[in-house]
Design a binder for this molecule. Structure first.
Ligand SMILES: [Zn+2]
Ligand SMILES: [Zn+2]
Length: 280
């Protein structure tokens, strides 16, 4: 049940992420395919793609998800918009070359223009990217956001509007981040509230749209709109939502990925906890 794993570093070579994931016994991993804080990246040489793909195929990892650069803002009211479209297309191309099925993307920030304008701008960008990358396989997973600044995607309704605006394109999905959902105001700390969330996802978007979960506890209280991840069970969320997710048969093939602090063997401890909870 659930492909448990973590975000791992690609330092020293993309294929090393797979070794790191295996060393942690990850069933799924998340990576950046380029420096997440820079616009430009040199194209991937063929030998790197081949080495990555071979390592992936020979590993015990079932699924790899990429996370797009934090600089991309498809809802930007200025020149960053066009730059973001090109960068997103480049990220999708890299995923395609590496055999990665899904790319997590922050839905963007309207920068004071208002949610309506922001959604319209983001939809326009997504439609263009999807049409200009027609024939590719990699899905774009719009991530739920905590509500910091003018971020879009703080409610399921906003994600629904973004996806509907693109004609419910088959290459669009969502990534549910527990810390972000909770910081944005959603209750998640009980079995009942978890069920209500999943029911709402099913009703609004359909469970097939859920491409991955990000399993993060939250250092800040519910509704704080602050995005600060903490180790599982050490934050305001507690362990209940994580136990619900890893035991839910509906996520049997879904990557459930940690983005928790790495210090003091953080990954080892959080992964051990998730494995222990699976089967509770
Ligand atoms: Zn993210
Ligand atoms: Zn996340």
């Amino acid at each position: 049940m659930a492909f448990i794993g973590s975000h791992v570093s690609v330092a020293g070579g993309l294929w090393l992420a797979i070794e790191r994931g295996e060393a942690l016994n990850c069933e799924a991993i998340q990576i950046f395919t380029k420096n997440q804080l820079q616009w430009k990246a040199s194209p991937l040489p063929l030998h790197v793609c081949e080495r990555f793909y071979r390592s992936y195929r020979e590993s015990s990892i079932h699924s790899i998800v990429a996370h797009a650069s934090y600089l991309i803002n498809i809802a930007a009211p200025d020149g960053i918009w066009e730059k973001s479209i090109q960068a997103l297309k480049d990220e999708l191309e890299r995923c395609e070359q590496l055999g990665i099925d899904a790319l997590v993307l922050h839905p963007g920030s309207h920068r004071g223009e208002g949610t309506e304008r922001g959604i319209a701008t983001a939809v326009c960008a997504l439609r263009r990217v999807l049409s200009e990358t027609e024939g590719q396989r990699t899905k774009i997973l719009l991530e739920t956001m905590s509500g910091q600044g003018d971020a879009l995607g703080t409610t399921l309704q906003e994600l629904e509007r973004l996806i509907d605006g693109c004609g419910a394109h088959r290459r669009l999905g969502i990534c549910l981040d527990t810390c972000h959902l909770f910081a944005a105001g959603m209750e998640l700390r009980t079995v009942d509230s978890y069920r209500r969330l999943v029911d709402a996802v099913e009703r609004r978007l359909g469970l097939d749209r859920v491409g991955c979960w990000h399993l993060n506890d939250s250092r800040e209280p519910r509704g704080s709109r602050k995005d600060r991840h903490s180790n599982l069970g050490e934050g305001e969320l507690g362990l209940v939502p994580f136990s619900c997710i890893v035991n839910d048969i509906r996520w049997e093939q879904t990557p459930c990925l940690l983005e928790t602090p790495k210090a003091d063997d953080g990954d080892l401890k959080n992964l051990a906890l998730l494995r222990k909870m699976r089967g509770w």
